[in-house]
Design a protein around this ligand. Structure first.
Ligand SMILES: *[C@@H]1O[C@H](CO)[C@@H](O)[C@H](O)[C@H]1NC(C)=O
Length: 178
């Protein structure tokens, strides 16, 4: 398993764990949910081991700091998707696909502005503003997918949009806990 992927998994697991402080979900049940699609069980064991090793530190973690990190992760992903959209726009030979990609380009550009606003708001302890910005951050990946449905082109961004939705939801969830 790639180290980077494993780290991303552990981080996502940690963020999810933080989203359910009241539920008292066990590490095992959280890792089971997250790694449902891994038939080898390797990621599951990695997940349990990693989370158990960092859990003693969780109580000391500043929720605002975590909200910032989660929002930053979402922003990094949005930048990565934007780069991919620009490459695809250059190479695409298909008009329907190009039209959809242009919509996605606009959506993601708005999303990056929105996430920047959220990062400033979190830094300045303006929770309500941050929540407002993050509440609309799921729009871009959804509207991007819709743009492909509208033109009938196949989406080359399905995975990216899915990851973006996931990261946006986590950032919003943690920011609400501030
Ligand atoms: C972020 O939220 C603030 C406060 O609601 C709003 O004024 C601002 O326009 C939003 N930023 C973006 C880029 O949507």
């Amino acid at each position: 398993m790639m180290k980077r992927q494993a780290t991303a998994f552990a981080l996502a697991a940690l963020l999810l764990l933080l989203l359910s402080p009241v539920a008292h979900a066990s590490v095992e049940s959280i890792c089971k949910t997250i790694t449902k699609k891994d038939p080898t069980g390797i990621v599951y064991h990695f997940c349990v081991k990693t989370l158990k090793s960092i859990i003693p530190e969780i109580d000391a973690v500043n929720v605002r700091g975590l909200a910032f990190i989660a929002t930053k992760l979402s922003s990094i992903q949005a930048t990565h998707v934007t780069e991919k959209i620009k490459e695809l726009l250059k190479s695409s030979q298909d008009n329907a696909e190009k039209e959809s990609l242009s919509t996605c380009n606009k959506e993601y550009s708005n999303l990056i502005d929105n996430l920047d606003s959220a990062l400033s708001a979190i830094k300045e302890s303006r929770k309500d503003d941050a929540v407002k910005n993050l509440s609309s951050s799921a729009d871009a990946p959804r509207d991007c997918e819709k743009a492909f449905k509208d033109t009938g082109a196949m989406s080359p961004l399905e995975v990216e949009d899915g990851v973006q939705r996931f990261l946006s939801a986590i950032a919003l969830g943690i920011t609400k806990l501030i």
